[in-house]
Ligand binder design. Structure first.
Ligand code: NAD
Ligand code: G6P
Ligand code: MN
Length: 451
């Protein structure tokens, strides 16, 4: 029997125990001989590994567990690497959210200026991870990447390491499908969907069950309840937090105004930025909720487990863990299963640039994702996508060229930001906050021209 060595980069993530449980549930499809946890914060990771080991022990004693901060130990001879790094951790997420809000701009970890800031922190560490994997892992090794902001990371990787074996994925499409399935009273796997866009910036254009178009029914439901079942207990525990409920409710006004397609929830930050800012608490953002909630309870669970031997949180499996394992099984067994992932456009959507990293249905094979032809998209969606794409592409140029002007262009082009004045203020505050993380962004013109 083939067994695999899997490494998890960002092993100290709050998602690690849930992903490990998903892996354990699927050992028949993806037999593992080793799981290596790799993080640059060894202390944080070691605590999380206590929980991960407790989960593994419920299933088997045949998997060797390695907890390391050394890349060679982590990636040597690996078959798969899961990446889920949060560069700068929650402390920086909090600033990504609060600095834009202090200028009345959307404060979100992956959308708007917060996402751009997170992107500038993550591209080089992601490239470093790819280089480690290429140096130490098997030639056949695939990196399945959740590290955000996935769209910008995907563009950075396309540009800087074009031949790397990386599949960039996001759980929002599957989470949206979970909600749709709950509303329609069917299983998620019964849905046949079409979708196009960028990551955190796309639309479902078809939702069928057994060949029957169910979008009309969803439209009607969403106009009453948003993208939520009347009984919200069917929602994944993470997405059942009050802020996620609010996020799914906000699908209603968007679909009321633009009923053709069902939007990815993240589009609200671009379509309703004023409303989002008005309804944000500038002193207490999602980062605070996560630190006080998911992160705190994980470390409490670990502390209690070490004291009592009882694991209080079972780390139930949600779409997040299921999806990354599904994609990996499809690669490992060359199943060519169809999932929504990020790929280079190359004509999949002929009226978007060939070198755009788009999110569309693709068949996942051992040679990577093979996109399904989408065809031309309508002007409205194309225009929105192109504006966001330009913002993200120019941001990547800003980091590779070390250019302040390009960073300012990227911020100015972002639809969440109302003017170049505001873009400059937000960018300058973020530069100050990210001193330890961002490369220097040089000004081509003398201070004063730009001040
Ligand atoms: P977290 O802060 O709990 O964990 C991230 C870990 O990454 C930390 O332990 C940190 O030390 C580590 N890390 C930071 N820089 C690193 C580096 N250069 N090399 C190795 N490890 C590094 O964060 P979280 O909330 O659990 O999220 C983890 C990641 O998963 C984030 O990037 C988040 O945005 C992403 N995520 C993505 C999706 C998606 O849909 N794509 C869904 C959920 C989470
Ligand atoms: C969704 C998105 C991820 C994002 C996560 C944040 O699942 O697809 O890209 O990282 O939400 O969730 P959180 O609970 O940390 O706010
Ligand atoms: Mn995502």
């Amino acid at each position: 029997m083939t067994t695999y060595k899997l490494a998890i980069a960002g092993g100290g993530s709050t998602y690690t125990p849930g992903i490990v449980r998903s892996l354990m549930d699927r050992l028949e499809d993806l037999p593992l001989s080793e799981i290596r946890f790799y993080d640059i914060d060894g202390e944080r990771q070691s605590k999380v590994v206590v929980a991960a080991k407790a989960v593994i022990a419920e299933y088997t004693d045949q998997i060797k567990v390695i907890d390391t901060t050394d890349p060679e130990t982590a990636f040597e001879d690996a078959d798969f690497v899961f990446a889920q790094m949060r560069v700068g951790k929650y402390a920086m997420r909090e600033l990504d959210e609060k600095i834009p809000l202090s200028h009345n701009v959307v404060g979100q970890e992956t959308c708007g200026p917060g996402g751009l800031a997170y992107g500038l922190r993550t591209i080089f560490p992601m490239v470093e991870l790819i280089d480690y994997v290429e140096k130490y892992a098997k030639d056949s090794c695939w990196i399945v990447n959740y590290s955000n902001p996935a769209s910008i990371v995907a563009e950075g990787v396309r540009k800087l390491r074009p031949n790397a074996k990386v599949v960039n994925i996001c759980d929002m499409p599957v989470a949206t499908m979970r909600n749709m399935a709950g509303i329609l009273g069917v299983g998620r796997e019964d849905l046949n969907v079409d979708y196009f866009g960028l990551n955190h910036f796309g639309w479902f254009t078809k939702v069928e069950v057994d060949g029957v178009d169910r979008l009309p029914e969803l439209r009607e439901h969403v106009s009453k309840y948003g993208l939520l079942t009347e009984d919200i207990s069917k929602i994944d525990y993470r997405h059942a937090d009050s802020s996620w409920i609010k996020t799914f409710k906000n699908i209603k006004p968007i679909m009321d105004m633009f009923p053709d397609y069902l939007p990815n929830p993240y589009l609200q930050y671009y379509l309703l930025p004023d409303y989002i800012v008005e309804n944000s608490n500038k002193e207490h953002t999602r980062a605070n909720e996560v630190m006080e909630g998911r992160e705190k309870s994980l470390f409490e669970t670990v502390r209690k487990f070490e004291e009592t031997g009882v694991l209080e949180d079972a780390f139930h499996v949600g779409v997040h863990g299921i999806f990354i394992v599904d994609v990996t099984v499809s690669i490992a067994k060359n199943l060519a299963n169809r999932y929504l992932v990020m790929v280079e456009n190359n004509g999949t959507i002929p009226n978007l640039p060939a070198d755009a990293m788009i999110e569309v249905p693709a068949l996942i094979t051992n040679k990577g994702p093979v996109a399904e032809y989408v065809g031309e998209i309508p002007y409205f969606h194309k225009a929105m996508i192109e504006q966001q794409l330009a913002s993200e592409k120019i941001l990547v140029e800003a980091i590779t060229e070390g250019s302040y002007e390009k960073a300012l262009q990227a911020f100015t082009l972002n639809k969440t930001i109302p003017s170049a004045f505001v873009a400059k203020k937000v960018l300058d505050d973020l530069i100050e906050a990210n001193k330890e993380y961002w490369p220097t962004l040089e000004k081509k013109y003398k201070e004063g021209v730009l001040a």
